[in-house]
Design a protein around this ligand. Sequence first.
Ligand code: HEM
Length: 437
Amino acid sequence: MSYFAVAIAWLFTAEALMVAGFGFPAADIAAPETLVLVHIVAIGWLSMCICGALLQFVPVLVGKALFSEAGALPALSLLAAGLTALVLGFLTLGGRLPPWLWLLPVGATLLVSGFGLLAANLVLTMWRARPLAFAARFVLIGLAALGATAALGVCFALALAGYGGTPLDAVLQAGVPLHAIAGLGGWLTLTAMGVSYRLLAMFMLSSDVDDRRSRATMLAGAGTLGLAVAGGLVAIVMQAGLDLVLALTAVCGVATVALYGRDVVELYRKRKRRTLELNTSMAVYALASLAASVVLGLALAASKSIVANVGAFVFLIAFGWLSGLVLAKLYKIVAFLTWLETYGPVMGRVPTPRVQDLVVEPRAAKWFVGYFVSVWVATALLLAGEYSAFRVAAFGMMVATAGIVQELLRVRRLADVTTRVRLPQGAKLPRLLHSGS
Ligand code: HEM
């Protein structure tokens, strides 16, 4: 719960910066201000949420307790400190602070320590539960991608601070697309896909996807990632240019998304819960955004305008697909954890509410729809080059996010539980930002 709270604070920060016109699209896509924005979204919001979800979810996936509960808080603190230092380092690059370029490697080291601690905790948890469940393998590939992203990030930070030398400078010159693909496509997207197989099956009472099919999707994802990172690095060493590697990565990436789409359609088709809950109906909007990103990417590539519009493309992936899925799933995860924490200890002894008694879906649905519509409008405005209107759409996203967060806070406070047994004897109101379960 603390990971989610910190993540949401970073999301608001990012949205406020976009409303204020800080970074892309007001600034260039490679400007230091854009790097601030990109990392607040990628690390502060999305990575923090995924890490929090994995700490909760990997033990459930493999049926073993987390290797170290005590390791979760230090990792969170290292990530928060590392991101702050990295962001200050980018502000230094942009001349907004004195030239303290050492902030970049300091931030990178703290981030690597935080991610490393977290990854070690998860890998050791999985190691004790061999042979691994399918979704856990997806998570392992995601963590490998995180390793590649962080390693490239460290090279960039050292090179930008002037400690690099020729080899690292070459990586900085050409390697940014590899870092972005490993981060957004590998770490965030593959992990979200892996976790979504289990969560969607669980929340829709659907049978798991056929093993052979889901393995094909996983292998396609791992192959795409390997091709992008290993092929890209070889191309950089050989000074061959990245065009061929990026084209092949795009083809494999589209194939991975198509296979994943086929699996997800099967999950929805085979569900036993006929009426969709809000988290699964909103996940459809996120999945539609993923499909739309693929179509947009292909259309931009066909019209040779991908370079000019890469910002809009990445925006749709980050806010439509990844953030949309995370927000939709948070709505259920927070309700479920709060229910477990409050009523778990007294279950079976007294009548307790159901998980769905903690939420008021029709009210929350308006905020979710507002969020997705704002994201889609914002993407269209980016494509049209309407940057002032984009800030209005970003404001719409911020208001909708505030509405969703207010719903999450109501869940934590059990504010919508109307049954007589809101707090039966022996049950305690949960703490807002820290889950005791
Ligand atoms: C250890 C953690 C990380 C460090 C130290 C780091 C560092 C950096 C640096 C220094 C750059 C700028 C390179 C340049 O000057 O062109 C950069 C760019 C970028 N990073 Fe990271 N990064 C980290 C993690 C991530 C993660 C987890 C993601 C995504 C999930 C990510 C996404 C990006 C993207 C998309 C860009 C390109 C942004 C642009 O050109 O506007 N980074 N990173």
